[in-house]
Ligand binder design. Structure first.
Ligand code: TXA
Ligand code: MG
Length: 350
């Protein structure tokens, strides 16, 4: 199959809608990351998503709709969901709600809930309006790769596996949506994203954050969100997160870097913009500004992909407090590093 990459004109959006309605796949931009879409009510089309990504069938998909009324056909919307939608939708928020019978089991892996999201990206919104069907879409990466934030990332992973990629430029948020489980009495964040727990608390009296957000699942522990079971956002190289006071972090990063070079391995330090001067003698690249975490979210996956493309073997990465948007950033970084964290303060004492 030949993959076409087209700008989002009226004609290409009409073509994309036809492709979706005929049961095939279209990759499209959202404000978070690119999605790989299929008609959510067409079971065969939904299965094609899993095949194209190499995604395990027991990892359920998010269904995208253009308006809350369209979500009503798919799930039962309670007053909490109504308030969240009124405040944050369209936007980077996904709600898990009790599903209605029309949702095929292939979409939600046969679970009692379905994930719904109303994206704010103008191209996603226009596509959903023109095609008129709910669109099931996971991130448009090959399973196990960082989510794509440009059309070029999608093409890299899915060339020949999808007929059309709509190119809407770089995704603004850069990390996947916040997933909130509303199927139990206390709303629980299963995956942190652009809508932070504090923002959710502006609308809900109580919000829990699943503690697996910042640690690996224990043996035999049930994943609240099946996606948490899989190794995600994994760069090819070995990545270590380095925490502690800044001078200690800098010394530890430089030491890991030099150790790699002396073993004959390629290495790179991933540092906040503000700290780059400290690494002048090493290869260091910016993951964005510590003072503006949204720049880190925006850039992170592109940086990880670049490290992969260059085959960098050893990565040392600075960290930030897991607060606000920092929680989503640390959730992705922890997984990319397979939870390998070095405490630079302890190293200095030893
Ligand atoms: O920003 C996003 O959410 C992007 C864009 C394309 O919308 N989509 C995305 O989809 O990140 P995906 O499939 O890569 O991640 C969906 C996550 C997975 O961890 C999945 O396990 C979880 O949501 N999920 C979906 N439906 C679920 C359900 N019924 N119960 C529990 N977890 C669910
Ligand atoms: Mg994904």
């Amino acid at each position: 199959m030949q993959t076409r990459v087209l700008p989002p004109t009226q004609e290409s959006l009409a073509l994309a809608a036809d492709i979706l309605k005929s049961g095939s796949l279209v990759a499209f931009p959202t404000e978070t990351v690119y999605g790989l879409g299929a008609d959510a009510l067409n079971e065969r089309a939904v299965r094609a998503i899993f095949a194209a990504k190499g995604r395990p069938a027991d990892n359920p998909l998010i269904v995208h709709v253009s308006r809350p009324e369209a979500a009503q056909a798919l799930c039962r919307i309670d007053s909490r969901a109504q308030s969240l939608m009124a405040r944050f939708c369209p936007g980077p928020l996904t709600l898990l709600l009790p599903k209605k019978p029309c949702v095929p089991a292939a979409v939600n892996a046969g679970l009692p809930s379905v994930a719904v999201r109303i994206p704010s990206h103008p191209v996603a919104r226009r596509l959903l309006e023109v095609c008129g069907v709910p669109v099931a879409a996971p991130s448009a990466n090959a399973s196990g790769k960082p989510s794509p934030t440009t059309a070029a990332h999608v093409l890299h992973d899915l060339d020949g596996k999808v007929p059309l990629i709509l190119d809407g430029g770089e995704c603004q948020v850069g990390l996947e949506s916040t997933v909130v489980d509303l199927t139990s009495p206390i709303a629980t964040v299963l995956r942190p994203g652009g809508v932070t727990p504090d923002m959710l608390l502006e609308v809900l009296p109580e919000v829990r954050v699943a503690d697996s957000v910042l640690r690996p699942l224990r043996d035999g522990e049930r994943a609240l969100s099946p996606g948490m079971r899989y190794r995600h956002y994994a760069p090819g190289g070995q990545m270590t997160l380095v925490r502690g006071s800044q001078p200690h972090v800098e010394r530890a990063c430089l030491r890991l870097y030099q150790d790699a070079l002396s073993r004959g391995e390629s290495a790179c330090i991933l540092a906040f913009e503000e700290h780059l001067p400290a690494y002048a003698q090493a290869r260091a690249i910016s993951i964005g500004s510590l003072a503006q975490p949204q720049t880190v979210a925006h850039r992170l996956f592109a940086v990880l992909r670049r490290m992969d493309d260059e085959g960098v073997a050893v990565l040392c990465c600075e960290v930030l407090p897991p607060e606000g948007l920092g929680l989503a950033i640390m959730n992705r970084l922890s997984r990319a590093a397979a939870f390998r964290v070095l405490d630079a303060d302890k190293e200095e004492q030893a």
